[in-house]
Design a protein around this ligand. Structure first.
Ligand code: AMP
Length: 279
């Protein structure tokens, strides 16, 4: 396995792969890899001849008050984990390799961009789509692997691929969870032991709402109330809870008539966690 930091060297290596008619899978990440990321890598290794894991903490998707500086960076461990899973390349560029001082071109989503996470993280998805588009152009993969944990992100990336005709197929991987049900996240390590235990309420709230839905509850306010109460009881502070159409990701009101997903963001202490569950 090799670690590449320059786009030119990456292209050169991948051209030699393509000449051999081998398929390429890419797994874009910000590093501090956990089981959730590794599930994506494993999927890519199973499906594609060559897997490229990208590790880049993308400054463009962090707001001015967010955790860019504190975000965990563990390149050496990450590289070892990728090698263990059978990836061929870790692409780990520096900021200067991805953004010149004159960088002035962005990919800005217009559908559902200002909803859910987008409402609280202005510019976040512009940052995500811009870096994903750049990584797609650098790697030119056949397949790209993303997690359902970041549901809105995955939907916006699928939209971008369709809208801009990227010749890339997207594979979405289910959310990896700790045994407690807490969705795995690089940000979980900000949680104290106590917060970590209480944050399990996010998933149990989602499961309770799913249970009520299975029993026939279709009222959006009722399903949201179930999640909200469970989180609040655990001392979490809800940022948003919404039910959205799985097809369009637009918010659902009144009574649910179509396949839906519950999207949640909540704080435990100063740590913001997101999760979701398809009904
Ligand atoms: P990140 O490093 O947080 O930007 O995540 C990189 C990729 O891993 C994204 O496609 C995420 O959706 C995915 N991912 C992160 N956490 C999980 C998880 N718990 N389960 C599945 N995929 C995940």
């Amino acid at each position: 396995m090799q670690v590449i930091t320059q786009i030119d060297s990456l292209r050169k290596y991948l051209n030699s792969v393509r000449i051999q008619q081998k398929t390429i899978g890419v797994v874009p990440t910000m590093g501090a890899l956990h089981q959730g990321h590794l599930n994506l890598v494993r999927r890519s290794v199973q499906k594609c001849d060559v897997t490229v894991v990208t590790i880049f903490v993308n400054p463009l998707q962090f707001g001015p008050q967010e955790d860019l500086d504190a975000y965990p960076r563990r390149l050496e461990d990450d590289v070892a984990l990728c090698a263990e899973q059978g990836a061929e390349v870790v692409f780990a560029p520096q900021i200067k390799d991805m953004y010149s001082p004159h960088h002035g071109t962005f990919v800005v989503p217009e559908s559902v961009e200002n909803l859910y996470c987008g409402a609280y993280r202005p510019g976040h998805f512009k940052g995500v789509l811009t870096i994903v588009a750049k990584l797609f152009l650098a790697v030119q993969p056949d397949w790209a692997f993303f997690g359902k944990k970041d549901y809105q992100q995955a939907a916006l990336i699928q939209r971008m691929v369709e809208d801009l005709n990227f010749p890339i197929r997207i594979h979405l991987v289910p959310t990896a969870r700790e045994r407690s049900g807490l969705a795995r996240s690089s940000r979980n390590q900000y949680l104290t032991q106590d917060e970590r235990q209480r944050a399990v309420a996010i998933y149990s709230g989602l499961k309770k709402a799913q249970e009520r839905w299975k029993q026939g509850e279709r009222r959006v306010v009722e399903l949201k109330k179930t999640v909200r109460q469970t989180i609040q009881k655990s001392g979490g502070s809800v940022q948003y809870i919404e039910l959205a159409s799985r097809k369009t990701l637009l918010p659902l009101k009144g009574s649910i008539q179509e396949s839906a997903v519950i999207l949640v963001a909540a704080f435990y202490g100063t740590t913001r966690l997101i999760d979701n569950l398809e009904l």
